[in-house]
Design a protein around this ligand. Structure first.
Ligand SMILES: Cc1cc2nc3c(=O)[nH]c(=O)nc-3n(C[C@H](O)[C@H](O)[C@H](O)COP(=O)(O)OP(=O)(O)OC[C@H]3O[C@@H](n4cnc5c(N)ncnc54)[C@H](O)[C@@H]3O)c2cc1C
Length: 406
């Protein structure tokens, strides 16, 4: 059986039949609506309500939530396929799904039963929205540097601090805020703050390069009173709840970047078939074939790594965080390179605004920065490798003492 698509469906065929149908449903939506509308949606950086409502109506937002609150509890092996399909045509759609993980995961994992009953059905159906407030003016890559404080009171906490780059700040009903206890700074906490809480201010949206349709803004919290019932998890669990949300969002970033890279190769390869230079189609020049060969080979390798990570997540493997860092690093750096090369291959055509690669090029950059910059993931992977190397079995070709005693 041959695949009609340039990139084969080998990973899709590995899914159970019901999950394959879900992906086919997403694929049909991409072909009929999300793809054709993507350029229009990304013209302005205002929240893409219509796209979000469509994704909610079609049950795609629900894939992030447990069944008992209306979700589908989709495994990561399915979610990466869904996000890849969305990323292939429309970064806005893909980021609305990965962003749902980022903003709602701490509520799924850490909210009380009563709070979950109150919020999760609405978040799942798209009637409510949440935002995730971790990054601060003084703490981005170094999240342990958070300065937002939680002061204990008889009823709960007073939160004071500033957050920046917060996606969906202009539309969210509830905000997950992460900080540290004022009197015991080693204790991280997370809590839910409603949009209309006294002392809570949200800035106007801040302009950015790409990822239009999911705007960002800053938050200012001055003695914002939060009842104990709105704390997520226990005191001291704020950091691990944030890491749990980031883990899922990182896997999503990798899937989105790979989807976009696949789309870019498809566009460049089609151009190489149609455009002729120096008397023959572009795709018959060896230099162009080699560029395309590098792209397709590296994208397939990266998809295999991501499929491995998704399985590790679904199995609950203890090394999934390091592998998620590898997949995000590999897929997002690759996407930037592939999109750059695809744009180069399409010449002046690729540079124009009515051609998708201009948008892909602007969108690709954030995947290398958000949810941990590539350099930070290299540090995570490298640190883990060195730690494990100390305890690892020695290579059989090494003699005792032969490493540093010469
Ligand atoms: C569009 C957008 C949406 C976002 N949405 C959210 C959101 O919803 N919620 C939220 O909390 N945050 C959000 N963020 C924040 C995002 O997660 C941070 O931007 C990211 O973690 C990097 O932090 P920073 O920008 O402060 O970079 P910095 O920490 O200032 O780092 C700058 C650069 O330095 C390099 N670097 C940093 N540390 C190291 C190191 N140890 N070794 C080598 N190089 C290093 C990296 O290249 C990095 O890009 C968003 C950001 C953007 C741009």
């Amino acid at each position: 059986m041959t695949d009609a698509r340039l990139f084969g469906d080998h990973f899709l065929r590995a899914l159970p039949a019901e999950e394959q149908m879900t992906v086919q449903h997403v694929r049909a939506l991409c072909a009929s609506t999300l793809g054709p509308q993507a350029a229009e949606v990304a013209k302005q950086d205002v929240f893409a309500w219509e796209t979000f409502r469509l994704l909610a109506r079609e049950g795609i937002v629900a894939t992030a939530f447990p069944r008992r609150f209306g979700g589908t509890d989709a495994p990561q092996r399915l979610r990466v396929r869904i996000i890849e399909e969305l990323g292939r045509v429309c970064s806005t759609s893909a980021s609305l799904i990965t962003g749902t993980d980022l903003s709602s995961r701490a509520i799924v994992a850490g909210a009380s039963e009563a709070l979950q009953q109150q919020l999760l059905p609405g978040l799942c159906s798209g009637e409510l929205q949440a935002a995730f407030g971790l990054t601060e003016p003084g703490a981005g890559s170094d999240v342990r540097g958070l300065a937002t404080t939680f002061r204990r009171t008889s009823e709960g906490y007073l939160i004071t601090g500033r957050k920046k780059f917060i996606t969906r700040a202009s539309t969210a009903d509830w905000f997950v805020i992460v900080g540290r206890a004022e009197d015991t700074p080693g204790t991280f906490l997370a809590a839910l703050v409603p949009r209309d809480a006294p002392g809570f201010t949200i800035s106007p949206d801040v302009g950015k390069l790409g990822w239009f349709g999911v705007p960002i803004a800053s938050l200012d919290l001055r003695d914002v009173a939060v009842p104990l019932a709105h704390r997520l998890g226990e005191e001291g669990e704020g950091f691990s709840l944030a890491q749990d949300a980031l883990l899922r969002a990182r896997i999503g970033h990798a899937a989105m970047a790979l989807g976009r890279a696949i789309g870019a190769v498809e566009i460049a390869a089609a151009y190489a078939c149609e455009r002729s230079t120096f008397g023959k189609p572009l795709g018959e020049h060896q230099g162009v074939q080699w560029m395309l060969a590098d792209m397709v080979t590296q994208v397939e390798a990266s998809r295999a790594l991501l499929a491995l990570v998704a399985d590790k997540y679904d199995r609950g493997d203890s090394d999934v965080a390091t592998f998620a860092s590898m997949a995000k690093l590999q897929a997002t750096d690759l996407c930037m390179k592939v999109v750059t090369d695809a744009l180069q291959l399409t010449g002046g055509r690729g540079y124009l605004q009515d051609f998708p690669l201009e948008r892909f090029f602007r969108d690709a950059k954030l995947n290398q920065i958000g949810e941990g910059a590539s350099e930070v993931h290299k540090s995570v992977i490298g640190r883990d490798l060195v730690r494990r190397a100390r305890a690892a079995e020695r290579h059989p070709c090494l003699r005792e003492g032969s490493l540093v005693d010469y």
